[in-house]
Design a protein around this ligand. Structure first.
Ligand code: GEK
Length: 246
């Protein structure tokens, strides 16, 4: 169902800012697996962590769901009765394909928790009371000055005992650490078949649209948003995932 990512393989006269369009949606599963170290582990364990914390009869949100990888994982692991999952994404191309993937999952496995996908902006979507919210590599695409407000709204929507799972690419304050982890990330991409040209062109395309925070900045913002506890449960190179408790 997914093609091999060759979007940046040929020299481009001008590298435009990265957008989540039909071309990206077509190659997305291949692109994200070959670009984010630990992505399959993170996605699988978002299912485990969500199933551990989900409360019966409540909502679970997957914000910036793309093709619904996290939603599918949650559905595979969830055992609680009466939960419903809502995926949200602002890219129409992603939403269309996500619905197809979820229908395919429904056709293969019986009695999964119902999941639906909303085409919309998570900055404008009113959030209903929920027990789990997932932001799997989405917050880094939100304008920095909107991030705290979004986290506050998520915190306010979470029921007592609820959690947010926040995965991000991290920036490191220490220039040496930043350099070393960036280099090893490029080595990971080369090991997955990306050329130096692809790596350089993708980097130019994404640098204006994906603005990174340090782990410390994330922790401070989560605290400011009202979360009582937050910890990193996974890290591979400069990518990681945090659980924050309401
Ligand atoms: C996964 N979570 O595979 N509102 C809604 N969606 C948005 C917004 C917004 N304001 N801004 C960006 N997006 C997924 C991967 S990808 C990460 C998430 C990546 C969406 C955007 O359209 C894209 O689908 C997603 O956030 C980010 O588990 O490509 O590195």
């Amino acid at each position: 169902m997914s093609d091999v990512d060759k979007l940046f393989a040929s020299p481009l006269a001008q590298v435009s800012d990265f957008v989540f369009d039909h071309d990206v949606a077509r190659v997305f599963p291949d692109m994200i697996k070959r670009s984010i170290p630990g992505y399959p582990t993170i996605v699988e364990n978002i299912g485990v962590i969500s199933a551990h914390h989900a409360q019966p009869g409540t909502l679970i949100y997957d914000l910036g769901c793309s093709l619904g990888a996290a939603t599918q994982s949650i559905r595979r692991h969830l055992r609680q009765e009466g939960c419903r999952i809502i995926g949200v994404d602002s890219a129409e191309a992603m939403v269309e394909r996500c619905r197809e993937y979820l229908s395919a999952q429904d056709a293969m496995i019986e009695e999964l928790a119902p999941a639906s996908v909303i085409h919309g902006d998570i900055l404008e979507l009113p959030l209903e009371p929920c027990s789990v919210v997932v932001l799997n590599f989405t917050l880094q695409f939100i304008a920095p000055d909107q991030r705290l407000e979004l986290l506050r709204r998520i915190r306010d929507a979470l029921l007592p005992g609820g959690i947010l799972i926040l995965s991000e690419k991290f920036r490191f304050e220490q220039p040496d650490t930043q350099h070393q982890l960036e280099q090893v990330h490029y080595a990971f991409k080369r090991a997955n078949g990306y050329s130096d040209l692809e790596i350089a062109q993708k980097r130019s395309a994404i640098e204006n649209v994906m603005l990174l925070d340090s782990q410390q900045a994330h922790m401070e913002r989560l605290r400011a948003a009202g979360f009582s506890q937050a910890y990193t449960w996974f890290q591979c190179f400069n990518f990681g995932s945090i659980v924050a408790h309401a």
